[in-house]
Design a protein around this ligand. Structure first.
Ligand code: C5P
Length: 243
């Protein structure tokens, strides 16, 4: 089956503390990607005002702050982000059921407050951790079983999807259904260096596995021609073969 994707699934990771660099990249890439992602590095340096400047360029934004704290604090933190109207926010699933339910309740207040409701996404186990690291912190399941376990918990609590490695997409879709979103980093087009990512896939392979969004940073932002690279990725996923 061919995909014929109606929307561009690439969220470009603006991993920089420098506002001018981020704005320049966002301007260049706005018609070539589906949205922008800013994380701790950008947010802690530039704050909500910096995020607003990116949003003013006119793209959906994923504010990737991976919140984890007591339920009241996480809910309040999310409420503070709602006026920016991100289309996606995230929390660590390891924060537990009560925290996840409070987080869902907080984003569900968005419309009542006059804002768009963002998708709320759960971080399972960060992809930099492997089985040894997980066992060291006292988790006895292997990484992939733990990821599925956490994805199911996130779904039970009302989250809209999870961040996962491209190699986990199929198992998550099987466990949680096709409508449960997968947001997938670790993406490298053919011939691009893996850098520190350990388990990579090409954009069209990840879409073929059922990925809903691709988080792509360095393959685009460090390319000699970011616009051309982003356009090439879009064309490759637009007509990707679905497994
Ligand atoms: O440059 P690269 O494409 O590897 O960037 C991937 C982006 O996805 C970075 O912003 C990184 O923080 C983020 N990310 C990740 N692995 C996760 C969660 C987020 O690489 N498990």
């Amino acid at each position: 089956m061919t995909n014929n994707n109606p929307y561009n699934p690439t969220l470009v990771a603006l991993d920089t503390a420098n506002l001018a660099t981020a704005l320049n990249l966002a301007e260049q890439l706005k018609d070539k990607v589906g949205g922008m992602k800013v994380g701790m590095e950008f947010f802690y340096a530039n704050g909500p005002q910096g995020v607003k400047q990116i949003i003013d360029i006119g793209m959906p934004i994923f504010i990737d702050l991976k919140l984890s704290d007591i339920p009241n604090t996480v809910a309040a933190g999310l409420r503070s982000l709602l006026p920016l109207e991100p289309f996606m926010l995230n929390v660590h699933i390891l924060g537990g059921r009560e925290m996840l339910e409070a987080a869902v309740a907080a984003v569900n207040e968005a419309e009542k407050l006059g804002f768009e409701r963002p998708m709320l996404i759960g971080v399972t186990i960060v992809t930099s951790m492997q089985d040894d690291d997980i066992s060291e912190i006292g988790i006895t399941r292997n990484a992939s079983d733990q990821v599925i376990h956490l994805a199911k918990l996130a779904q039970e609590c009302g989250l809209d999807g999870v961040v996962c490695s491209p190699h986990e997409i199929a198992a998550i879709k099987q466990a949680c259904g096709q409508a449960f979103k997968t947001i997938v980093p670790g993406i490298r087009p053919k011939g691009v260096a893996a850098d520190d990512q350990k388990r990579i896939m090409t954009p069209d392979e990840a879409i073929g596995q059922g990925a809903d969004y691709l988080v792509i940073g360095r393959a685009i932002t460090r390319s000699e021609q970011p616009m051309a690279t982003a356009e090439k990725i879009w064309q490759s996923v637009r007509y990707a073969d679905l497994d």
